[in-house]
Design a protein around this ligand. Structure first.
Ligand SMILES: *Cc1c(COP(=O)(O)O)cnc(C)c1O
Length: 335
């Protein structure tokens, strides 16, 4: 059904007519042979935007983060990340299962940073008793929250001082880029590797990219093949992603504005507690959340969560849709 207002995630965005046209006309070749011109163009473009030597196009953000873990760490090494970090909590334990890499999760602070003092305490001394701590991972945005450049700079210095590689799960890094009104490279320059999703708010149908040094990306390509991620005429997908990078980044600002508007309106409903609103995401708490979700669904609106509810604004959501969401919430509490 087309008139469903789907606020579960920005992954639900569908390719526009124009994007489908681009896909239809894309130049393709066999990417495992390194011969797909559209994939090459996308990888060059991202590497250049991030001011890194190289990039690799991948089927998903999960594979992208996994390749980062496998490429930075050896068997028996350790990575430090947030307790609720996507790459630790929501990626099926791939680093442990497929890389024998031990995670050391640490509780996120309220602003989605990791307290560097706490991180420092978890870095294992060089001693036969311990796993070797090799990698430090951040996430930007995390639950919509943007990391400040000041914090990233400090964390980057900290990683260097402690001989840790520094990876960013930047699934939604472009939301941070537009929120801070900066360039991608202003963030990426602090990291050794960055994973970026193209299939979320940017609106491409499939794909993520991992970017970093030439040597690092060569290593990642080896693991991509191993994991079955070597695609053939994937230029069809890469062309859509390039189109998204050329046309859709600034539109993320509209998503942020709409999320703010929705927050302002929902705040006026006494029974709704706004937990947070950052960039394109809104978290709320209500009593009987299951009933609320059901009522919304009966009215053609999908949101996600148990307890806390998550509402995500994306490019397929209009102001008219948001107004309907506000009306349906109001009607739930006056019925
Ligand atoms: C969506 C997401 C990913 C990757 O997800 P895929 O569905 O595998 O593409 C990684 N990290 C974060 C923070 C995400 O939100």
């Amino acid at each position: 059904m087309n008139n469903i207002i789907d606020l579960r995630s920005d992954t639900v965005t569908k390719p526009s007519k124009k994007m489908r046209q681009i896909i239809k006309n894309a130049n393709v070749g066999d990417d495992v042979y390194g011969e797909d011109p559209s994939v090459i163009e996308l990888e060059k473009k991202i590497a250049s935007m991030a001011n890194k030597e190289a990039a690799v196009f991948l089927p998903s953000g999960t594979q992208s983060n996994l390749l980062a873990l496998l490429s930075h760490c050896q068997r028996g090494d350790e990575y430090i990340c947030g307790q609720d970090a996507h790459l630790y909590k929501y990626e099926a334990g791939g680093g442990a299962v497929l890389g024998s890499i031990q995670p050391q999760p640490i509780e996120f602070e309220k602003d989605a940073t990791l307290d560097l003092e706490k991180v420092k305490k978890k870095i294992k001394p060089i001693d036969n008793h311990y796993a070797r701590t090799k990698l430090f991972c951040l996430e930007n945005t995390h639950n919509g929250k943007v990391l400040s450049l000041d914090y990233i700079k400090k964390a980057s210095k900290f990683a260097k001082e402690n001989n840790l590689s520094f990876h960013l799960d930047g699934a939604r890094v472009f939301n941070a880029v537009v929120a801070l009104d900066i360039k991608l490279e202003d963030i990426t320059k602090y990291f050794d590797s960055i994973s970026i999703c193209l299939s979320k708010g940017l609106g491409a149908p499939v794909g993520s990219v991992l970017t970093g040094s030439k040597e690092f990306i060569n290593e990642a390509r080896h693991y991509r093949k191993m994991l079955g991620g070597g695609l053939r005429q994937s230029g069809l997908l890469a062309a859509a992603a390039t189109y998204a990078l050329d046309n859709n980044i600034e539109d993320l600002k509209k998503d942020h504005e709409l999320a703010k508007y929705l927050t302002k309106k929902l705040k006026k409903i006494n029974q709704i507690k706004i937990v947070s609103n950052d960039t394109n995401m809104l978290f709320i708490e209500v009593e009987d959340s299951k009933k609320v979700i059901e009522y919304l669904e009966e009215n053609g609106i999908l949101i996600s969560g148990y307890g806390q509810l998550r509402i995500v604004i994306h490019r397929d959501i209009s102001k008219k849709d948001v107004k309907k969401v506000i009306e349906v919430f109001k009607s739930y509490y006056t019925k």
